[in-house]
Design a protein around this ligand. Sequence first.
Ligand SMILES: [Cu+2]
Length: 663
Amino acid sequence: MKIIKTGLAVTVALATLLGFDSCKPKNAASAVSGDAAAKAYVAPGKYDEFYNFVSGGFSGQLAVYGLPSGRLFRTIPIYSQDPESGWGYSEETKPMLNTSHGYIPWDDSHHAELSQTNGEIDGRWIFVNGNNTPRVARVNLSTFRTDEILEVPNSAGNHSSPFITSNTEYVVAGTRFSIPMDNANGDVPINTYKQNFKGTVSFISVDKTTGNMKIAFQILLPGIDFDLAHAGKGPSEGWFFFSCYNSEQANTLLEVNASQKDKDFILAVNWKKAEEYLAQGKAQKVTTKYAHNIYSEKTHSATSTIETEVNMLDAKSLEGMCYFIPCPKSPHGCDVDPTGEYIVGSGKLAALIPVFSFQKLQTAINNKDFEGNYGGIPVVKYQSALYGEVPKPGLGPLHTEFDGKGNAYTSFFVSSEIVKWNVKDLKVLDRAPTYYSIGHLCVPGGDSKKPNAKYVIAYNKITKDRYLPTGPELTQSAQLFDISGDKMQLILDFPTVGEPHYAQACPADLIKKNSVKFFKIEDNANTYVSKGEGETKVVRTGKRVDVYMTVIRSHITPDNIEGIKVDDEVYFHVTNLEQDWDIPHGFAIKGNNNGELLVMPGETQSVKWLPAKTGIYPMYCTDFCSALHQEMQGYVRVSAAGSNVPLLFSTGKNLPPADSTAK
Ligand SMILES: [Cu+2]
């Protein structure tokens, strides 16, 4: 009876907290003041001041906007096939979507994190998590392309990722779902969660020069849910903080069963200590299977390698590496201020924001000021680590970013607002409604040592009446606020690609100077490159036919091909011979049910085609490239499987016989 009562009480409380309409901000129309348009206006031909990299949520991609205009420049494909660029369709890019589960054409991405040097954004790479099938990707910001995707084993739902350390030494990945480890028997009853399910956080090292990633070690933890994370900096350099929930270890109806305890935890990891243990050989080599995919700018191709081992450090038996800090009401955000002293926890169901002090945490650890242990890991007393609480800031705090001037900006999902508060005295300074249900928010550099306090951007889950309706699915939205003054000022709404989950922004100057304009054809090391029209050819090897093709304004070489047969496996290897900026060519052939290509200047990309019927198949360039783009076309003749039509290919030579028009 008692259990039922508690359950009901929690359900009622949740319903109140999560009820959307009751908390919807009023007076939406009057939220924008007179000079807002001028502040967001970027004149035609002028550049934006910031890049804003916004994760596409369930689209699995990363969208790139300019700020303050909110103009969308590009969608960078990462975890999903992309019909704009051929990503995941071309033979060269298919290996990037390989995993230990095989080829996965669509995933979910939540967080984007720019690389840092000395705690400041350096504009080299941006890391993005693959949420469903756990992966971490590295996007190269000189090409705006995904260069690397690393699968994370012993994990499920890679949510607390890909947050980084001050010099990009590590990208982390914390598992959302605890599960039986990969090398254990996973065929167990789900209700044996408490015995059989374990959690991990992974530390992925990043090579300083190439950016290449490697799982340095994983930490074995109790079976709970890890949510978000941030690295320490300054005094807390060498530590990492992860929020976690479901310390109840529930395996069903988590909305009630994982909200039973008043507090869950922030996990504090001393990663310098973990490095020492690793160097001392304290890690166990654990067998598993995970894909490591790398795209090369030299070969314009990806390789996928299956790795089979990780180093596992057991948190409960390695002293001084991990500590839990109690944190109220299902913690979500876990943010560290620019000084590195304050750690902000945000409980999804809380009505206050706890701020922890790194210094107090260290004192508590040194004094063994523990209230006990959880899964063998010491739990520091709440009051001993607590700097203070922001009282009554709003309902349902989620995430906090900082302006570098001593202020914090916290998003509140339930009460749909951003609240600005002072980190030292914990006083609320300003609040601004968002339209509606803000998740993450972003200040350019807002989780680094040097935020740029010009804007805060809200990423909202629900737009309802904010835009023209588009059927049952409405756009999600970002909202730009000027924060250069004491009060936040809403200046722009802009629609987003998929769900704008987390995002980061940085000054455009950090990135635009490094932008690659085209690839040098002489450096192209693709196996199937044709470095000039003279190198084009069609090669038959049994049923396999390789077409070495070039494209340049405004013809295809070869543009007449005969001798292809039904049941052949044909590969068009298309090299774009242009050596100029902004001249991609496309390639498509009628009836191809695999996809098309988009080929950058100097690059080679290949598409596979399985002709199933005899006939003539036109092919053409799909990217409007010149006045004679429409002339950029050709034909392939497909004959019966047993035919003896010879293999012929040419451009400009296969002319009709002299008397063919006589009739
Ligand atoms: Cu073209």
